[in-house]
Design a protein. Structure first.
Length: 174
């Protein structure tokens, strides 16, 4: 019985390492973190505030540095393998985000995003306490919570920044 408990300790250690990634990068896409069961993100909404790309990049760099240090000190090959997987995933995410920022215009399918963010919380398999969080998330989407701007306005502002039209009213077609 003791051997089984010892054998499980590496899984718990690996889970704690994975939590570092979720806690650091979850605030940028809290709906995804929430859908994975991380309740602390249940009332948060997609981060579309100014400087998101730079803030995400900085957070990812910090996570990678921390994971590299943990990997260097880790002696269990199974945990090291999990660290390798996490490092690779964060590096791929950074690379993808850099390419998207450089080559694509920011597009946010807000109706779908909002629907999925609320559907995941309202799922009947969730306890009532988590389903109640859907109201707070909806209020955040609408900009009705303290410190929250409407998500549609934030998405429009990010698109305007990329078009170089920030602060100018949209042009009307004649």
């Amino acid at each position: 019985m003791v051997a089984a408990a010892e054998d499980r300790s590496w899984v718990e250690r690996s889970d704690r390492v994975s939590a570092i990634v979720f806690e650091s990068l979850g605030p940028f896409q809290p709906e995804q973190a929430s859908a994975l069961g991380l309740e602390r993100f249940d009332t948060a909404a997609l981060d579309l505030k100014p400087g998101r790309t730079a803030r995400h990049e900085a957070a990812a760099r910090r996570v990678l540095q921390r994971l590299a240090a943990l990997r260097k000190a880790e002696t269990d090959p199974r945990v090291r393998q999990d660290l390798d997987v996490l490092i690779d995933a964060v590096e791929r995410q950074r690379h993808t985000q850099a390419l998207e920022h450089r080559l694509l215009l920011p597009y946010f399918d807000l109706p779908r995003h909002i629907f999925e963010g609320l559907r995941d919380l309202l799922d009947a398999r969730n306890p009532e306490s988590r389903r109640r969080h859907a109201v707070l998330r909806l209020r955040r989407y609408a900009g009705m919570e303290t410190g929250a701007a409407p998500i549609a306005a934030l998405a429009r502002a990010r698109l305007s920044e990329r078009f170089g039209t920030a602060g100018r009213p949209p042009q009307k077609n004649s």
